[in-house]
Design a binder for this molecule. Sequence first.
Ligand SMILES: [Zn+2]
Length: 416
Amino acid sequence: MKMFRKLAIVKEFLSVKDFKTKEQLKRYQAERIKERLSTHGTSFYPNSTKLEDFPIINKKIFMENFETINTMGIKKDEAFKIALASEDSRDFSNKIGSISVGLSSGTSGSRGLFLVSEEERVRWAGYILKRMLPKPLLQAHKIAFFLRANSNLYESVNSKLIKFNFYDLIIQIEEHIEKLNSTQPTILIAPAQVLRLLALSSDLKIYPQKIISVAEVLEEEDEVIISNRFSQKVHQIYQCTEGFLAHTCSEGNLHLNEDRVYIEKEWIDKKSSRFSPIITDFFRSTQPVIRYRLDDILVEEQEPCVCGSVFTRLKKIEGRCDDILNIKDIKNRPYLLFPDFVRRAIIGASDKVEEYAVVHGEEGLAIYLQPLELQDEVEASLQKLYIEQNILPLTHSYRVYKSKDLTFKRRRVQQL
Ligand SMILES: [Zn+2]
C-alpha cells in the first residue's frame, strides 16, 4: 500500500503541468468542470452540466447538508466524534474506512468537517510538492511543518528524499526550537505568527532554503522581519479545508491554482479589486466542492507576473469578510472600512508598535496594544484615517495586548 501511495504521488507530481496561454487553461477548466458536474454523485446538487444551474453555497449550507453532500454515506455525528477524539488524543490516524476526517480551524463561528479519501490525499501531496519544492527538483528535503492539528494528510509524503516533521502548535515554542536546531530542516512551513516568533528567537540556529507561510494572513510587517532574519523571500500557501487555492511562484507572487479549482469572483469592491472567491474544485469527490463561497477577501493584481504563469495573480489575501468594519461615513451612510486600512494606520503610527489587535464592537474599537504607551500616536493616526476616508470617528478604548495561545489563528482586526 505504501509503495503504491508513493508511486501515485510521483504520478500526480509528474502530471502537473503549466499552461502556455489563457485559452489553453480555459479549455482545460471547461472540460474539468463538465466532468465534475456530471459525476458529482450527490443528492444535494442538481443534475446538470451547467455551472449556473448549481446554487452558490457557503460553509453553513455545506455543513447543514453534510450527509447529502458527501458521497460515502458518512453521518455527521460519526464524523464529528472521530474528529474530536483525534484532536483530544493528538492522534490523527483515525479513519472511517479509508476516509480521513478533519475539523477545519475556522476563525469564526461553526467548525467545518472535512472528509478526504486516500486518492485525494495523494493528489494533494503530489500537487503541493510540484508547486512548492525548490528547484532543481529531486533534492533531498527535510520539511518542518507547524500545524494546529496533524490531519495525517501530511505524513503521506514521507519518503527517502522527503522527510516531514510535524510540530504541534499546542507545545511550547522553546521545545520546538530545540528540535528544529537538531533536525535542521531545509523547508520551514508555519503560520505567519509562528514564523515571526521563530525569526525573533536568538536561540534558533537553522538555515532553511525555503520558508512558507500558511493558515493565516501574512502581513507586510511580519514578512519583513521573517525575510530579513532568514535572508530570503517568504512564500505562501493559501489553503483551507475547502481546497488548496493559491501559492507563490518563483517570484514570490501569489497565483490562484486554476488548474485545481475554478474560481468565480464575487466582487466586494471592484474599484480596489477586492473579491470573495466562489470555488469549484475539479477533483474532490468524497465531498464535492461546487460553487462554494469562501468568506475571504482577496485582492486581484492586474499586472501580469514576470514568472509567465497564466494563473490569476493576487496582490494579497487580506483577511475575512467578517473582519470588514461596518461603520458610517460623515453623512451617516453605511461605509465598509477594510481591515487593511486600520492595520496600516496602527502600524504606521510608530515603528515601536510590537503587537496589536483591534476588535470592533458596539462600544467602538477596543485596541489592544504593546507597548500601551504608544496610544497617543495610534490615536492620532486613526483620527487621520477617519478624516481621509470621510468617516465618523469611532470611540476607542486602549488595553494592554495579551498574546494568545499559538493554536489560535491570529486576527489583527476583527468585527464582533
Ligand atoms: Zn508569478
